[in-house]
Design a protein around this ligand. Structure first.
Ligand code: 9MR
Length: 555
């Protein structure tokens, strides 16, 4: 806990808190190991959860500001894990969640000096990738060999998907754009650390360089993914030598790429000394992709259809988005923000009244809202009215989250409705936090930061499962993520800094789940890919949220 931020602990006591909370419903903050009482107060009334049969009482010790290591003690129930109260108390989590991306780099060896005991040889080199028949063109017939080397693995599998890379990379770049000073001093001990470019940007660039190879230089279109035909077994990265393919191009992949390349171009313009020519190449790539999309404004990547026509059949993740309005919008906002050109504003203007919703791999509209709001003062005058309107919508969106906190059984924004607990629900919690931080950046009202912090607390353990969903962090972290490198390395501790997908009552993996209600349907077993896989689009908003919280607490 931060000394001056809200401090909430939750007591669940066998899900029957009303009966077992002890005679006086009091709680105590004790000095860890010593046992001296430093604060005492009453528990709240019982709260019922909207997402399970769990009942809770809240121990609110926000009025306690002392630094140190403490435990919460509730007579008749017991003691909490020890916890710290300090200024930069989440620095480790914030650094680790970004470093997580280094550990899932594909084509380079992870050296011991950066990766510690998780060092390993390079994974899939992807210097010999075949053009799948679904992607064949006159200049690149089926079987043409191209290179699509580098980039992050998507998740627990060993494939690389442009659509999901788009939102993930864009979110990291936005984290930098919103907190440039903070990220300039953040060292994650990666090979590029100390080169004069913030680590978060070098991490993003590792993936961007791969994304650039996914663009066909003959027409500007972008392949949906670089993949095996089927998922690899649970083995070390790169030991299987099965053929790798690039598959059909698509509008979503191409526009997501255009957005990221345009955003990266304006950011790396400042780092021309370290990366000469990069900003120009990125902008050329972005406009080339945009032009391809103009000719192919709604080309879906439909894997089922593709598999009816072509061999080999491709059974890895599809990320098959069918609606492209949001990708058009996001790409247009990033190109507008970077170039100031009216032509991109025309597309933005067409979509300003579309409803806002939380970002996901299939819905990137909100990323455009964030960008135009952030860049408002540098936009040409014709675009400022739209940017103002978007800022208002972001704040209204965030305002809807605030009344949830005093109602929620865990005192978090996350969890107002069972609908939030879908595949990757933890990214829902993280993205809610990002929306709240954006509302803070617009209004400078600290209540949004406090609200965002409730979801960081959720992800780190103040949730119905009691797990910290980030590997390597806290007293009870995820230990068995569905993550091939962690499963196959013979090391007890999973690769650190990776966030599990989180509770998902869909349980599409048919693994063993002890609890099955929306907020408890989480299984810390490696077969449980529907709740315990890790993925770049889940880590990325957590990078934004955790680091934003750290940056803002220091102020
Ligand atoms: O995150 C994706 C989720 O929204 C989908 O419901 C699910 C099933 O299609 O796929 C998830 O993405 C997976 C991808 O297809 C392959 N790599 C692992 C991803 C995380 O589970």
């Amino acid at each position: 806990y931060y000394p001056n931020a809200p401090k909430i602990a939750v007591i669940t006591s066998d899900y029957k808190t009303d009966e077992y909370a002890g005679p006086n419903f009091g709680f105590y903050v004790l000095k860890a190991n010593v046992g001296d009482t430093v604060y005492k107060s009453k528990l709240s009334d019982v709260r019922s959860s909207a997402n399970s049969s769990i009942k809770t009482r809240i121990a609110d010790f926000s009025a306690f500001h002392q630094k140190g290591t403490f435990v919460i003690y509730v007579p008749g129930i017991g003691s909490s894990y020890p916890f710290k109260v300090d200024d930069d108390v989440h620095k480790d989590a914030a650094t680790a969640i970004l470093k997580g991306f280094y550990y899932i780099r594909s084509a380079m060896p992870l050296e011991e000096k950066y990766a510690g005991k998780w060092h390993r040889p390079a994974g899939h080199p992807d210097t010999h990738v075949l053009v799948h028949p679904s992607a064949a063109s006159a200049k690149r017939p089926a079987g043409t060999v191209i290179s699509a080397s580098g980039g992050w693995y998507d998740a627990g599998d060993y494939n690389k998907y442009v659509v999901n890379s788009g939102i993930s990379t864009g979110t990291l770049l936005s984290a930098y754009e919103d907190f440039p000073d903070y990220f300039t001093q953040l060292n994650t001990n990666i090979p590029e650390s100390g080169n004069g470019v913030p680590d978060v940007l070098d991490e993003a660039l590792y993936n961007i360089r791969w994304m650039m190879q996914m663009q066909d230089p003959n027409d500007g279109g972008v392949y949906n993914k670089c993949t095996n035909a089927a998922f690899d077994p649970m083995v070390r990265p790169g030991v299987t030598k099965l053929p790798r393919y690039v598959v059909q191009k698509g509008t979503a992949a191409t526009l997501d790429f255009a957005a990221v390349a345009a955003q990266a171009s304006r950011i790396f313009r400042k780092y021309n000394k370290q990366y000469p020519g990069l900003a120009d190449s990125l902008l050329n790539a972005a406009t080339y992709a945009w032009k391809w999309a103009e000719k192919n404004p709604a080309l879906e990547y439909n894997q089922n259809l593709i598999n009816q026509k072509f061999e080999p059949k491709i059974t890895t993740g599809a990320y098959g988005d069918k609606s492209f309005k949001d990708e058009w919008f996001w790409a247009a906002t990033e190109l507008l923000g970077t170039t100031g050109k009216k032509v991109y504003y025309d597309t933005v203007a067409k979509h300003t009244t579309d409803p806002v919703s939380l970002p996901s791999w299939a819905n990137v509209r909100m990323l455009g809202y964030y960008t135009l709001t952030r860049l408002k003062n540098n936009l040409p005058s014709f675009a400022r009215g739209s940017a103002d309107a978007m800022a208002k919508q972001i704040v209204a969106f965030a305002d809807n989250y605030l009344p949830r906190i005093p109602e929620n059984a865990f005192g978090t924004v996350m969890g107002a409705s069972p609908r939030e607990f879908n595949w990757g629900s933890n990214s829902e919690a993280a993205n809610q936090g990002v929306a709240l931080i954006n509302a803070y950046l617009i209004t400078k009202d600290k209540k949004y930061v406090d609200a965002a912090l409730t979801n960081m607390d959720y992800l780190l353990g103040r949730n119905a499962t009691g797990y910290c969903f980030v590997t390597g962090i806290g007293s009870r972290p995820t230990m068995r993520p569905h993550h091939r490198p962690s499963i196959s390395d013979g090391i007890e501790d999973p690769v650190p800094g990776l966030m599990a997908g989180g509770p998902n009552p869909g349980m599409q993996d048919h693994a063993y789940y002890e609890h099955k209600e929306p907020e408890t349907a989480y299984s810390d077993t490696d077969a449980a890919y529907a709740s315990n896989e890790i993925a770049i689009n889940w880590n990325a908003p957590a990078v934004y949220l955790f680091n934003a919280i750290e940056a803002l607490q220091k102020k």
